[in-house]
Design a protein around this ligand. Structure first.
Ligand code: HSE
Length: 401
């Protein structure tokens, strides 16, 4: 029997208990052992809950119990999750987490600690909710040199952009509606400013490169400046606007970024809509592969946590290899990264735009008083200079093929 303790009985934590209970037969067959919820740590009491007698308020009860094999850390945030995880791993208890913030901040250290103590620190649920993406990166694509990851990694922003595209609505209105329906947080900053996607692409990039990709170094732009007018142009161009988190590694050069991009109708990520997430991975032998599904939500995320518990049950006393070094990767200067840019300026700046950019593709759309075009491929640095020379950029959005 594998004794499990759940730290944090919130949305994901209660989902973990539900998944283990509902699928107990399936899970015990696959784990080779029965999973038993021995403790649930929370500050609150849950009178009437079927698991109320498992609830404890003191983490030491869990950490000092030699019968507990696996901890599901579903608390979120850095502390006390970080301290609890370190103490659990040091005492040889495996930790399965959905906590992307903790993984992005302290992943390599916690993985090393697990290795030193013959247990595991697993984090399938930290990226893409229920989508299996960490396991493919870690086990399935091991014959590949992965050189590109392009992801839609945030459900809230994908929902907002999908609604804006379908209804021609403005960002603020859709955000308000999403908040009323409970799809977006009351404080939506982490989602709409791209910080959540930034942590997730940092984790995937670390697995892609094997080095530590510090999320603080990832160029991150959110969706707050995207307007209904941008979608009029996008439609006229046969494109959509998506918040992409991408990571590229070629010939020793590496960069990662999060920003809104215009993508064409034939891009596999074009039809990823609403709260869905997808990760598009390119390997040098396999070529393209894509992983799609529910990137958030109680049961999908809990299912991913429990899949890690099953892996722990299958590897008692053994550490599953994970290549994520403590050494930080060097980023290519973002100003050297090349893209094409969609640019909107005022109609009277047409002449100046032709003078500054010389070669461009004009975009015709039903918008009065504006001149819009797509530049040739150029570096971010070059674009910034030209945009300054132009003197009027109403908006600019990068183009992904
Ligand atoms: N706020 C996140 C999202 C939840 O919208 O995708 C999952 O990490």
């Amino acid at each position: 029997m594998i004794n499990v303790a759940v730290l944090g009985y919130g949305t994901v934590g209660s989902g973990v208990v539900e998944v283990i209970e509902k699928n107990k037969e399936e899970i015990s067959k696959k784990a080779g052992e029965k999973l038993n919820i021995k403790y649930i740590l929370d500050l609150r009491d849950f009178p009437g809950d079927p698991y109320e007698n498992k609830v404890v308020h003191d983490v030491d009860i869990i950490l000092n119990d030699p019968e507990v094999n696996v901890i599901c850390e579903t608390m979120g945030g850095i502390e006390p999750a970080y301290t609890f995880s370190k103490r659990a791993l040091t005492s040889g208890k495996s930790v399965c987490t959905s906590n992307k913030e903790l993984v992005a901040n302290h992943g390599p250290e916690l993985i090393r600690l697990a290795k030193e103590n013959n247990c595991n620190y697993l984090f399938e649920a930290s990226v893409g909710g229920g989508i299996p993406i960490i396991r493919p990166m870690n086990y399935s694509l091991t014959a590949e040199k992965i050189d590109a990851i392009t992801g839609i990694l945030n459900g809230t922003t994908n929902y907002i952009l999908s609604k804006m595209a379908a209804e021609g609505a403005d960002f603020e209105d859709v955000l308000k509606e999403a908040q009323e329906k409970g799809y977006a947080e009351r404080n939506p900053e982490a989602d709409v400013e791209g910080y959540d996607a930034c942590r997730k692409i940092a984790i995937l990039s670390s697995l892609m490169t094997g080095k530590n990709v510090r999320y603080e170094e990832i160029y991150t732009e959110g969706i707050t400046k995207i307007t209904a007018t941008d979608f009029i142009y996008a439609k006229a161009m046969g494109r959509s606007i998506k918040l992409l988190a991408l990571s590229r590694e070629t010939e020793g050069e590496f960069y990662a970024m999060v920003a809104p991009f215009m993508i064409s109708v034939d891009h596999p990520l074009y039809s990823v809509n609403d709260v869905f997430n997808a990760v598009f991975v390119h390997g040098n032998m396999l070529g393209d592969s894509m992983y799609y599904g529910r990137g958030a939500g109680k049961l999908p995320t809990a299912s991913a946590v429990v899949s890690d518990v099953v892996d722990c049950a299958r590897h008692v006393g053994r550490t599953i290899m994970c290549f994520w070094d403590t050494e930080s990767i060097e980023f290519t200067d973002i100003d050297q990264v090349k893209h094409r840019f969609f640019v909107r300026t005022k109609a009277e700046f047409e002449g100046k735009a032709l003078e500054v950019f010389s070669s461009m593709e004009v975009v015709e759309a039903d918008v009065a008083g504006e001149y819009a075009f797509v530049t040739d491929e150029m570096t971010e640095g070059e674009f910034k200079e030209k945009a300054q020379q132009l003197g009027c950029v109403l908006n600019r959005i990068r183009i992904e093929r």
